[in-house]
Design a binder for this molecule. Sequence first.
Ligand code: SG6
Ligand code: ZN
Length: 253
Amino acid sequence: MMHPMWQGPLVAPGGNRQSPIDIRVRKSVFDPHLKPLTPDYDPRTCSQIWNNGYSFLVEYDDTTDKSTLKGGPLEDNFRLCQFHFHWGESNAWGSEHTVDRRLFPAELHMVHWNSDKYSRFEEAVMEENGLAVIGVFLKIGKRHEGLQKLVDVLPAVRHKDSVVEFTRFDPACLLPTNIDDYWTYAGSLTTPPLTEAVTWIIMKQHIEVSHEQLAVFRSLLFTSAEEEVQKSMVNNFRVQQSLQGRTVRSSFT
Ligand code: SG6
Ligand code: ZN
């Protein structure tokens, strides 16, 4: 079920704010001070798609404040650097977070770093308030027209380490229609370096994609073109971590 590259005993479990977690709806605490989230993305900052051997990353130019995220639980301005997904080999699982133990077939992560306090992603990733990641659950249903543009180019990044130019993709098209309802908690990256740098913002509303679209995700490979035994890129999620006394806040009742 897990990607064998790093989920062995060699990866230290880190501290007391690891991710992902199960969101227990009735245990989350409504916080009336949580503001609406205000993403402001410029599709012209979209640059390329990269199969990094864990997932595929759609990367954005983050040298200026052109694609940003503010509001919600955030005090500072955060810059979009990439988005990626986690998914399963079947539609019965694949998400990293769960809601009352419910698993989704996939989960989108939009990764942003704090450009008010830090000057580069590499610096922010080591800091407590360095990153903000929006999580969106994917459910099987209608074909997602916005996502299809991405699905169409995936065969070009089938192998690990392949990169293709990919421009003018508006990341906002992958957000649910209601972005005002979310859960937020203090957590970590879900892959090494597992740093406890992330303010997680998990959307309550999911988006729909078709089974065929997810099947194209599953046709990607963890392995590079040179490797003899090819491995399908599936089940690229981390196992769940314990809450350790943390509070999950909700923006809605
Ligand atoms: C995926 O998640 C990405 C990788 C990395 C990782 O595996 O391929 O790029 O992302 C920001 C970052 O280092 C961890 O990000 S996550 O915590 O949002 N899942
Ligand atoms: Zn992720």
